[in-house]
Design a protein around this ligand. Sequence first.
Ligand SMILES: NC(=O)c1ccc[n+]([C@@H]2O[C@H](COP(=O)([O-])OP(=O)(O)OC[C@H]3O[C@@H](n4cnc5c(N)ncnc54)[C@H](O)[C@@H]3O)[C@@H](O)[C@H]2O)c1
Ligand SMILES: CC(=O)N[C@H]1[C@@H](OP(=O)(O)OP(=O)(O)OC[C@H]2O[C@@H](n3ccc(=O)[nH]c3=O)[C@H](O)[C@@H]2O)O[C@H](CO)[C@@H](O)[C@@H]1O
Length: 357
Amino acid sequence: MAILVTGGAGYIGSHTCVELLNAGYEIVVLDNFINSKPEAIKRISEITGQSFKSYNIDLLDEKKVNEIFLENAIEAVIHFAGLKAVGESVYLPLRYYHNNITGTLVLCETMKKYNVKKLVFSSSATVYGMPGKFPISEDFPLEALNPYGRTKLMIEEILHDLYVSDNSWSVALLRYFNPIGAHDSGLIGEDPNGIPNNLMPYITQVAVGKLEELNVFGNQYPTKDGSGVRDYIHVVDLAAGHLKALQKVSNSTGVEAYNLGTGKGYSVLEMVSAFEKASGKKVPYKIVEARPGDAAVCYADPVKAKQELKWAAVKNINEMCKDSWRWQVNNPNGYDNKIEVFQSPHMSKSEDFFIKS
Ligand SMILES: NC(=O)c1ccc[n+]([C@@H]2O[C@H](COP(=O)([O-])OP(=O)(O)OC[C@H]3O[C@@H](n4cnc5c(N)ncnc54)[C@H](O)[C@@H]3O)[C@@H](O)[C@H]2O)c1
Ligand SMILES: CC(=O)N[C@H]1[C@@H](OP(=O)(O)OP(=O)(O)OC[C@H]2O[C@@H](n3ccc(=O)[nH]c3=O)[C@H](O)[C@@H]2O)O[C@H](CO)[C@@H](O)[C@@H]1O
């Protein structure tokens, strides 16, 4: 029996594939590489020394998705595939609704057809909107402030409705806070297209000399130093949370939401100095206008995940910064070209992976 990982070549998906393979799961990856590279699949194999099936398929292609379920004994699905750029979603709402929502509908229809009813879904802390009270627990009111956020909220509701219609489904809605960091091999990490929107990839690109300086969006927030505060979580901790959620959905039915965060908030300026300390690199910055729509503060109450999933983040801010930096230095152009610094003990097995289209 295998776990289907949609979006498995992406940032969080690739790290989760590594953890799944290391834990002995068989996996099947579905990705159309709209925001990732096949090289990520190869590197997952390099890190783990294991081969697995990877399908170059669009989740919207119902016929091909169907074939995956026909060809493989899928027992559960971890569903990462989706578009995730908030700003872009404002300009291209139909693309976001179609890709994220229709993609999920195709997936769930196919799962239903093959009697696969265990699902772990990538939701986001964005579903809390701007709560103004912290830490954020799962029972806070939900509100989406942009089309991307609305796709997450709508999918959560769709999955609730699905469970109401058939209570043999088991669904975990994982609301991620701010994933950063990379696998400590330096082989996989976040590979944004163009100029990064998010803080950590922007910092690493300044430190590596690709960008001149960081723009700190606002220093007048009611926070310790005036810059925005977020709950940064190491992507490997986040990946481990998916394995715990998978165990949970495998042993129960229902729909449950879980915050995956550390419960600690760091400001932008604290992140700059933590990064400088971890990397030994200076990060020049200037203070600019606050980014419209940004919250001052956002951090999780992670207690529910600790109690019900037996999961808690363990990696600290120094490890997050060090690992982000190692990935950036080893791969200044992301997956496009790699400077060989690390020699994986499993390198010889990497040709075992294959991509099917
Ligand atoms: N990274 C974050 O900060 C963050 C925070 C909260 C939630 N999320 C959610 O987690 C999930 C994974 O995020 P990520 O950071 O790894 O993003 P990512 O873009 O790196 O990974 C998403 C993957 O899905 C694939 N994909 C997109 N649409 C597809 C389709 N129609 N068919 C097949 N494959 C498709 C992309 O090619 C990519 O490999 C997303 O759903 C995202 O919305 C991410
Ligand atoms: C607009 C946007 O993309 N929002 C997403 C982003 O928000 P979120 O704002 O939390 O994450 P970012 O990484 O974009 O920003 C983190 C902090 O750094 C600041 N900052 C960021 C970049 C920069 O160049 N300079 C700077 O000062 C921001 O103002 C913020 O205070 O990640 C969240 C978690 O993954 C998602 O739920 C949000 O939907």
